[in-house]
Design a protein around this ligand. Structure first.
Ligand code: FES
Length: 127
């Protein structure tokens, strides 16, 4: 399962928007650091957060149990399961927010923005 990822901080710093259609094209053109934008493979038994960690990336997390939203990601493409979620509302989920600590890819390819905990609407949820 191949995942292309982008750090929300880059979006905020550059004044881009999560809703931009060409977000990942802009990221590809921007010559970003490998930790900010790149690709990783997720094994079937790994959550998205575990996969990122096992490939040497440091993505934010805290509880690892679906209760804090520190690990939240935004799905641009693909689907991520959500077995335990005690923090994100249904509306968040509908808009594409998921928790990476216990989210497992349900599609062969995903595009995600990680580090979205800094979005004001998620920031206020965080414990
Ligand atoms: Fe707390 Fe994922 S680390 S919800």
């Amino acid at each position: 399962i191949r995942v292309e990822f982008l750090d929300y901080e880059v979006i905020a710093d550059r004044g881009w928007d999560l809703a931009d259609d060409d977000l990942f094209a802009k990221a590809a053109d921007a010559d970003l650091a490998p930790a900010d934008h790149g690709r990783l493979l997720v094994e079937p038994d790994e959550s998205l957060l575990e996969a990122a960690e096992n490939r040497g990336f440091s993505w934010p997390f805290s509880c690892r149990g679906g209760a804090c939203a520190n690990c939240a990601v935004y799905l641009v493409e693909g689907e991520l399961s959500q077995p335990a979620n005690h923090i994100l509302s249904e509306e968040h989920a509908e808009r594409g927010f998921r928790l990476s600590c216990n989210g497992y890819p349900l599609s062969d390819e995903l595009k995600v923005v990680f580090n979205v905990k800094h979005l004001p609407e998620l920031d206020e949820l965080r414990l």
